[in-house]
Write a protein that binds this ligand. Structure first.
Ligand SMILES: C[C@@](CO)(OP(=O)(O)O)[C@H](O)COP(=O)(O)OP(=O)(O)OC[C@H]1O[C@@H](n2ccc(N)nc2=O)[C@H](O)[C@@H]1O
Ligand SMILES: Nc1ncnc2c1ncn2[C@@H]1O[C@H](COP(=O)(O)OP(=O)(O)O)[C@@H](O)[C@H]1O
Length: 289
């Protein structure tokens, strides 16, 4: 294994191609069945080794205090777990919208776990890092493993899958959907019948959060109505982003060019990205090994 002092790694977005809620645990967490896939679009992190144990992160995120940032939380967890005396200067180029259902915070945390494990030469396996990551967020294990997956449990029981890899147009309707607010809503569907992977792959891609999210966030509702005019629109995670599959970049970019500036008073943005079954993080880690 190489012994670098500087590394740069991607933190890709994920989408939930479908998401069913089959129950609720006694601790309030929901049992899910979901298909995770990655996009070749996301944040970028760099890591520069420090020998004094300090951790820095620049630039700061406006809405997130440094000690709450999942990157710093992941780094501290790894320091505590390993007892290392090393530190790191971390930079973050944030592209993914926060609270967008694209898993940006979780992906940043997974990239921090993988990157620092390498930089600090800790030698933890992906399985150990995924277990550590799960204590910070339900979505972190899938980003650590970096393979498209059929997920059950609270999203941490992962079976790798090979999904079709279309081009996706992703639209962020400009509002922030709080995962906790969606999961505590009394009208949320929580009793979908469990299905198997074969049935999930055959199904059209329902998201059980969609009805509640559309009701709580009119901008999401309008964005789904608009995108449905061109292709089948789906919600990712607990929102706010929606996506649709296209056969090629030209077709997806043509629809993106028609995107209205606002939905329900919120400034709308969008991007086109390739779906991938192997995440850009996993590809980058293989090159470092
Ligand atoms: C449901 C998903 C699907 O990808 O939604 P998105 O966050 O991506 O939109 C994720 O699994 C979310 O994962 P993540 O965002 O890491 O969730 P966490 O930080 O662990 O939890 C945020 C809050 O959501 C609720 N929560 C989360 C996951 C889950 N399976 N059941 C829940 O009820 C809990 O109330 C928790 O307090
Ligand atoms: N590095 C980070 N990037 C984004 N959000 C973060 C980060 N660290 C902590 N958070 C917090 O996590 C929340 C969820 O962010 P994110 O993972 O982007 O959304 P989602 O889970 O909807 O995909 C944010 O609203 C923010 O408060």
């Amino acid at each position: 294994m190489s012994n670098p002092t500087h590394i740069a790694l991607p933190a890709p977005a994920k989408i939930n191609r479908m998401l069913h809620i089959t129950g609720r645990r006694s601790d309030g967490y929901h049992q899910l069945q979901t298909l995770f896939q990655f996009l070749d679009y996301g944040d970028q992190l760099t890591f520069a080794l420090r020998h004094d144990g300090r951790l820095t992160l620049t630039p700061a995120l406006d809405q997130v205090a440094l000690e709450d940032n999942l990157i710093i939380r992941a780094a501290r967890l790894l320091q505590t777990q390993s007892g290392t005396s090393l530190g790191c200067d971390i930079t973050l180029k944030k592209q993914l919208p926060m609270g967008g259902g694209l898993g940006g915070g979780s992906s940043d945390a997974a990239t921090a776990l993988m990157g620092l494990n390498h930089l600090w030469q800790l030698g933890y396996s992906a399985a150990t890092l995924a277990t550590l990551g799960l204590t910070l967020g339900a979505d972190i294990p899938v980003f650590v493993h970096g393979q498209a997956a059929w997920a059950e449990g609270i999203g941490e029981c992962l079976t790798p899958v090979e999904l079709d890899t279309p081009v996706f147009l992703v639209i962020h309707p400009g509002c922030h959907c709080a995962t906790g607010a969606v999961f505590t809503h009394p009208d949320l569907t929580r009793d979908s019948a469990p299905i198997n992977l074969a049935a999930a792959l055959k199904e059209g891609g329902r998201n059980d959060c969609e009805a509640v999210v559309r009701r709580l966030y009119p901008a999401v509702d309008q964005a789904i109505n608009w995108l449905n005019r061109f292709a089948s629109a789906h919600l990712t995670g607990t929102g706010a982003c929606i996506f649709a599959a296209f056969t090629d970049m030209t077709e997806a970019n043509a629809v993106l060019a028609k995107l209205p500036e606002t939905f329900s008073g919120h400034r709308v943005t969008g991007f086109v990205a390739q779906g991938t079954n192997c995440s850009s993080l996993l590809t980058a880690m293989k090159k470092l090994a």
